[in-house]
Design a protein around this ligand. Structure first.
Ligand SMILES: Nc1nc2c(ncn2[C@@H]2O[C@H](COP(=O)(O)OP(=O)(O)OP(=O)(O)O)[C@@H](O)[C@H]2O)c(=O)[nH]1
Ligand SMILES: [Mg+2]
Length: 336
């Protein structure tokens, strides 16, 4: 135990100094929920809050990684310390998309100023977004100025991941035919800046026009759209200028503070319900009640709603008996 805490304090010291292998180790430990990783996060958390976190999301193939790459270069040339997290909720660790990202981003691995990490789903989206949010915190504690977090897709998982971001860029492209879909999927709600990438191809003016007509009705946020090309570099300096403007104006506003609180409370509620549902499942599958209740429902002796109530009771009794046992254990120890 003492050895573990020595290792932990050593690891957290190294993370705080920005040691890349320590950052990787820490993120892996947190991702795998290794013993001691909670304590590691506890040590690092007070050192977070320095980085500006940019979430980058949008439908597949719009050029998110290419833009991340470009933005990283621009911020690096300004002397900022940059970290990149590429999260892919849609493919397993060995999946093609994430490998593609790695290859494309390899360029940066030669640059000691950019730390890159990929993370993919293991079939557990709740666990992934939790790991991703905490990985961003490790990167923040390590002294990065800018963290670029890319998530692919348009579902709930990426919405959860980008909720830790200070600014969200939604990347679209011409001929997507998906803009309306994106609106429906809630991307219009979460985006601060809508970057219409691939402006070197025809059709981006039309997308901007459609976007503006939707955005103008949401004045309270000051959402904006911009035409860029990660390929030619068009609009990228303007995009950075827009990010910086947003950072100055919105970053310290009351609305931003409120948004942080809302995001944090969403995160905590989700964490608790995630752990509770996992526990409930484990306890039900390990216990005896489930089978009995199932056969009663199958035989029409019990309806599913009443069965649910019985099982909920069983789960909460089990939880209470655990709690009781551990308090008794603790007080016996204290007495002896
Ligand atoms: N013409 C053109 N192609 C681009 C531009 N930006 C990216 N691409 C190409 O679009 C394809 C997808 O780019 P990525 O950067 O991988 O897009 P992504 O959104 O990260 O893709 P996923 O992570 O798989 O969703 C690649 O072939 C890029 O070369 C651009 O500005 N113009
Ligand atoms: Mg990508």
């Amino acid at each position: 135990m003492r050895q573990e805490s020595k290792n932990l304090s050593e690891l957290s010291e190294r993370v705080l100094k920005g040691d890349r292998s320590a950052i990787s180790k820490a993120i892996s430990a947190i991702e795998n929920r290794d013993e001691g990783s909670d304590n590691l996060l506890k040590r690092l958390f007070p050192h977070t809050g320095h980085a500006f976190i940019i979430g980058i999301t949008g439908p597949p193939g719009t050029g998110k990684s290419s833009l991340v790459d470009r933005l990283a270069k621009i911020y690096r040339s300004n002397g900022s310390k940059v970290a990149i997290l590429a999260v892919d909720p849609t493919s397993p660790v060995s999946g093609g998309a994430i490998l593609g990202d790695r290859v494309r981003m390899l360029e940066h691995s030669l640059d000691p100023g950019v730390y890159i990490r990929s993370m993919a789903s293991r079939g557990d989206e709740g666990g992934l977004s939790r790991a991703a949010r905490n990985a961003i915190r490790v990167m923040d504690a390590a002294g990065n100025d800018i963290i670029l977090a890319e998530t692919v897709g348009i579902g709930q998982a990426e919405v959860e991941i980008v909720q830790v971001a200070d600014l969200v860029i939604v990347v679209l492209m011409p001929e997507l035919g998906d803009e309306i879909q994106a609106v429906k999927a809630g991307l219009m709600e979460i985006g601060d800046i809508f970057a219409v990438n691939k402006s070197d191809l025809p059709g981006s003016d039309k997308v901007i026009y459609n976007l503006e007509s939707i955005l103008s009705s949401k004045e309270e946020w000051g959402q904006s759209s911009i035409k860029v090309s990660a390929k030619t570099g068009e609009g990228l300096e303007d995009l950075v200028a827009l990010i910086e403007k947003y950072r100055k104006i919105f970053g310290s506003s009351e609305a931003a503070k409120k948004r942080k609180l809302v995001n944090l409370s969403n995160e905590l509620v989700r964490n608790v319900s995630f752990v509770l549902s996992q526990r409930a499942e484990e306890s039900l599958r390990a216990g005896r009640e489930l089978q009995g209740v199932v056969s009663k429902v199958a035989n029409r002796e019990l309806d599913p709603e009443s069965a649910t109530k019985i099982l909920m009771e069983a789960v909460s009794n089990e939880a209470n008996s655990h709690k009781h046992a551990s308090t008794t254990r603790r007080s016996t120890r204290r007495r002896s």
